[in-house]
Ligand binder design. Structure first.
Ligand code: SF4
Length: 255
């Protein structure tokens, strides 16, 4: 058995990230396969990915602030203001994401075309007996450096740690190269989170993933690890049965 979660074909960054944010979310979406209700974060993330992907496809010399703005306008038009909690939130998020995308992508005006652009890889990490599928958003590779970049709506510390470990362990296994640095830019606050992996960090990352793999198979610990503060903004809020589970009602996850 590759993973204790043999109901899933692969573990991916997305579903592990969901698990780190809230294990209930993970089980609703990937185990019980409930339809994920409309969620503005999810939609905005899709727009960010489309803008970043399209921008890096433009050749050097053709990239400009006007091009970025044009891409944001094109893809943002798919987002309905109705999915936000209020008009004010819609306008605030629109302004912040646009502003920080402009700042960050303008800085990439003269960057060489990335070697990988939203490329998906799959591999078995033997040490933890786990199949992983991972998309590398932007990777710049040269003789002297290997830099991985990702642009997110926002990210908690745990999510950043998970992402950094996954990218570092995966890169070592698949490319036999440890990234020189991993940069995650969170576009709601414009912060850049830079991580410099080392060989020691790879071992640490493997231990971390091993622990996650064990936790993923242990549904009895669900109510120990979710954070109630996240519930207000959660797309599963209306269907979540966390209180019932807290009272030790039997789950059906293993059936
Ligand atoms: S409502 Fe709360 S406990 Fe339930 S899935 Fe969402 S974040 Fe997790």
């Amino acid at each position: 058995m590759k993973s204790q979660l043999n109901v899933m074909k692969y573990l991916t960054v997305e579903n592990l990230r969901e698990y780190v944010t809230c294990p209930y979310k993970f089980y609703y979406e990937y185990i019980e396969k409930k339809n994920r209700p409309m969620d503005w974060r999810h939609m905005v993330q899709q727009v960010i990915n489309q803008v970043v992907y399209s921008y890096f496809q433009i050749s050097i010399g053709q990239r400009s602030a006007t091009k970025i703005l044009g891409l944001v306008e094109r893809y943002w038009s798919n987002i309905s203001p109705q999915i936000f909690d209020s008009r004010i939130q819609y306008y605030t998020v629109t302004a912040q994401i646009t502003d920080y995308l402009m700042q960050n992508l303008t800085a990439e005006q003269d960057s060489a075309p990335p070697l990988f652009l939203f490329e998906k890889f799959t591999s078995t990490i033997q040490e933890i007996d786990m199949d992983l599928s991972l998309t590398i958003d932007v990777a710049e590779w040269s003789d002297s450096s290997f830099v991985v970049k990702k642009y997110l709506v926002d990210a908690e510390t745990d999510m950043l740690m998970l992402y950094n470990y996954l990218i570092a362990v995966f890169s070592k296994k698949v490319f036999n190269k440890i990234p020189t640095r991993i940069e995650v830019t969170t576009l709601l606050d414009g912060k850049k989170h830079t991580y410099f992996p080392t060989s020691e960090k790879i071992d640490e990352g493997i231990r971390y993933l091993e622990l996650m793999n064990q936790m993923l198979g242990d549904f009895s610990r669900l109510n120990e690890v979710y954070n109630e503060d996240d519930c207000i903004t959660c797309p599963f809020e209306q269907v979540c049965k966390r209180d019932a589970r807290n009272e030790n009602e039997p789950t059906t996850y293993y059936s």
